[in-house]
Design a protein around this ligand. Structure first.
Ligand SMILES: [Zn+2]
Length: 207
């Protein structure tokens, strides 16, 4: 299966779908990873502007994903570039031809996440299955109706890739904590009779 990962900002796929990505990598699928912003304005003071890009590359390398593309659309201003974003997605669709696309949930209220979810749907609605990942702090009505059952090793690896984002850990983002990552995975696991899981919203499903 060909799987396309869409990260509006560098750490989004790791946070929302890191465990499932680790599991799917074990199954030897083909991956392409696209990041839309390296958020030069969101690094802590005195850190180089390309810090998040470097951290993403570290995470990518740790996972062993070699096919990636990094854009630098303006953080929080994707609205201004939404047609360019769609045009680029169409190019990626025609070149890579994914079977499954993993993007933010439609219920995510972050302005950039929402645009990536919407443009992803416009681009892939007839061509690929689409799953939306969960950011509990951004989602008002997340409807988790697809569960990826996970084992402890998948989450341990997820923690390892999140640790690549030193700049975000320095900012003490509470959703980077082990308690949160394992806690949410435990809740989602209880819903599908598994030790751990990640939940996704089915935006499109086809096989
Ligand atoms: Zn984001």
């Amino acid at each position: 299966m060909k799987i396309l990962l869409l990260s509006p900002h560098t750490d989004d796929v790791e946070l929302g779908a890191g465990g499932m990505v680790v599991k799917l990598l074990e199954q030897k699928h083909e991956f392409k990873w696209v990041v839309f912003s390296i958020c030069e304005d969101a690094v802590p003071p005195r850190m180089p502007k390309n810090t998040l890009k470097k951290e993403f590359l570290k995470s990518c390398n740790l996972l062993g994903i070699k096919d990636y593309k990094i854009f630098n659309f303006k953080n929080k201003l994707f609205q201004e570039d939404r047609q360019k974003i769609l045009d680029n997605l169409v190019i990626i669709k025609n070149e890579f031809k994914p079977d499954l696309v993993i993007c933010p949930s439609f219920s995510d209220i972050h302005q950039d996440h929402r645009i990536i979810a919407e443009e992803c749907f416009r681009c892939f609605k007839k061509d690929a299955a689409i799953l939306g990942y969960e950011f509990p702090w951004n989602c008002r009505n997340f409807s988790g109706n697809y569960f990826s059952k996970l084992e402890k090793r998948h989450l341990e690896k997820k923690m390892e890739i999140l640790k690549c984002y030193d700049s975000q850990i320095k900012l003490e983002r509470n959703y980077f904590s082990k308690e949160f990552i394992f806690g949410l995975a435990k809740v989602r696991g209880v819903q599908c009779n598994s030790e751990y899981a990640e939940a996704f919203e089915v935006i499109r499903w086809m096989d």
